[in-house]
Design a protein around this ligand. Structure first.
Ligand SMILES: [Zn+2]
Length: 263
């Protein structure tokens, strides 16, 4: 009887021990990647002092990680805070938070497929959130938004002086509704939100979106008749040469570049 109890106790204990180790290693890796994502996006001019990037908790899909309210270029692992999907900090440690953290929580709630979110204010992208000409893909790396990008309009929530900011849950839900199943949503007179299934993907998409907006703006300002990217969306996912969409190769380069800069 004693042996049976021991075997049961061991069986119950072993998986717990292994799982605890895996959880800890998984979280450490995700936090390291999130710090890298902050520093890469700062180096690329996507998060120059303002804006933020988050990642869903690898073991608990009802939580996510985001830095405390500091410039992305300065973020270290100690600055990363865990939030629930109402954007309430699990352990605040007296830090102040980004006013617009609701962007992240409400999108993770609405989009189970989304694992990482970037919010930024890059100028060329903003220029497409103020007029009638839509932002459309002009080169192959931008094929992730062939179906177009919706625009969230803060004026639906009034025009108080902080109106364009997504500084509460209601605006976050409104933004998530506008985003729907798209890879990004423009935010009128403000910026953009970009989503993806990994940090490398969302970083790559954010950089590519601004590049595309710059190229499209240049062509429009010359008065060119633009040939926009045209692909058969039905067959896109089965194209083997389309492995660039996860931005894995570029991610390795970008990580190397920021580690060289840190020396
Ligand atoms: Zn903002």
């Amino acid at each position: 009887m004693k042996n049976i109890v021991l075997v049961i106790a061991l069986l119950a204990y072993l998986p717990l021990g292994i799982s605890a180790q895996e959880t800890s290693a998984g979280i450490t890796t995700v936090i390291e990647d999130l710090v890298d994502a902050n520093r890469i996006l700062a180096a690329k001019g996507i998060l120059p002092g303002y804006g933020h990037v988050s990642v869903r908790h690898p073991d608990n899909p009802m939580h996510y990680f985001l830095s405390r309210a500091i410039a992305p270029e300065l973020v270290t692992a100690d600055d990363i805070i865990e939030f629930d999907l109402d954007s309430v900090a699990i352990d605040s440690e007296g830090y102040s938070f980004y006013l617009e953290r609701f962007i992240h929580g409400e999108i993770y709630k609405a989009r189970p497929d989304v694992q990482a979110v970037v919010h930024n204010h890059t100028p060329a992208v903003i220029s497409f959130g103020i007029g009638p000409i839509p932002l459309r893909p002009v080169f192959h790396m931008a094929d992730f938004f062939l179906s177009g990008i919706p625009t969230w309009d803060y004026r639906d929530f009034g025009t108080a002086d902080d109106a364009p900011l997504v500084n509460n849950s209601a605006k976050g839900r409104g933004l998530a509704e506008s985003l729907s199943d798209s890879p990004a949503a423009l935010m009128r007179n403000h910026g953009v939100v970009v989503v993806g299934s990994s940090l490398p993907m969302v970083v790559g998409r954010s950089i590519t979106l601004e590049e595309n907006a710059q190229i499209q703006s240049q062509a429009l300002s010359r008065g060119d008749e633009i040939t926009y990217l045209e692909l058969d969306e039905e067959t896109l996912d089965s194209v083997p040469t389309r492995n660039y969409t996860n931005f894995a190769r570029a991610w390795n380069l970008w990580k190397q570049q920021i580690s060289n800069e840190g020396r």
